[in-house]
Ligand binder design. Structure first.
Ligand code: ATP
Length: 216
């Protein structure tokens, strides 16, 4: 498993304990390094209202805490290619870019179950596994699709994480369920409810000191 890299794409607006816990457990389960890929302009959501440098600063704090947790540098890091690319951040384009850089590597793109259920709305979704593997993480409130085109597409691809080749597989991993979302968190912060225990403590302090998310 050592030569596999896991990529976790997201808006991280802000990064929360759902993200950090799943990143930690994915690493512990696979031994792989985990790369956060913050998006510039998400295709299925409104563009983030706060400046990208704030999202990045909070992500850096979360990554530092994760590396400290495993007592190793560089296990968790980021890739800024989506932020550096103009236009909408299509995962297909990001995977193409990663594949060009690493033609033979075992690439794994991590998504939550909420992302899987709407995967068929993603740009060139059927081709994602031509470029990488998908690792799907449980998320409270979301179930694996059992019928329809996503379920059919999954049938030919589903395997265990241990069976991943360079590309082509879809595996499911159960991690500790964490019922936190950035949207709900932003609403709470706008109401004046502190983010404590929902975001890593350094992120909580950053939000407070920069007075972020005071309105939705
Ligand atoms: P929003 O509420 O703004 O949609 P989010 O909380 O889903 O944001 P994102 O940054 O969009 O956060 O998520 C990045 C990835 O992490 C997505 O694939 C998403 O499914 C997954 N994810 C986010 N939060 C959780 C969670 N609590 N449990 C499992 N997966 C999660």
């Amino acid at each position: 498993m050592a030569n596999r890299t896991l990529y976790l794409g997201g808006t991280f607006n802000p990064v929360h304990v759902g993200h950090t816990r799943l990143a930690l457990e994915c690493h512990l389960h696979t031994g792989a390094e985990v790369v956060f890929v913050p998006c510039a302009d998400p295709p299925h959501k409104a563009a983030p209202e706060i400046a990208a440098h704030h999202r990045l600063a909070m992500l850096q704090l979360a990554i530092d805490e994760l590396n400290a947790t495993v007592e190793r540098e560089g296990v968790f890091r980021w890739d800024l290619s989506e932020l550096e690319r103009p236009g909408l951040s299509y995962t297909f384009d990001t995977l193409n870019h990663l594949r060009e850089q690493q033609p033979y590597a075992v690439l794994v793109w991590v998504i939550g179950m909420d992302s899987l259920v709407s995967l068929n709305s993603w740009h060139r979704w059927r081709e994602l596994t031509d470029l990488a593997n998908l690792l799907v993480i449980n998320r409270p409130g979301w179930q694996k699709p059992e019928s329809g085109e996503i379920a059919e597409w999954l049938r030919e691809r589903e395997c265990a994480v241990e069976q991943f080749g360079a590309r082509g597989g879809v595996a499911f991993l159960e991690t500790s369920p964490v019922s936190v979302s950035s949207t709900a968190l932003r609403h709470q912060l706008a109401l004046g409810v502190p983010g404590k225990y929902l975001v890593p403590e350094p992120v909580c302090q950053y939000i407070r000191s920069h007075q972020l998310y005071l309105s939705t």
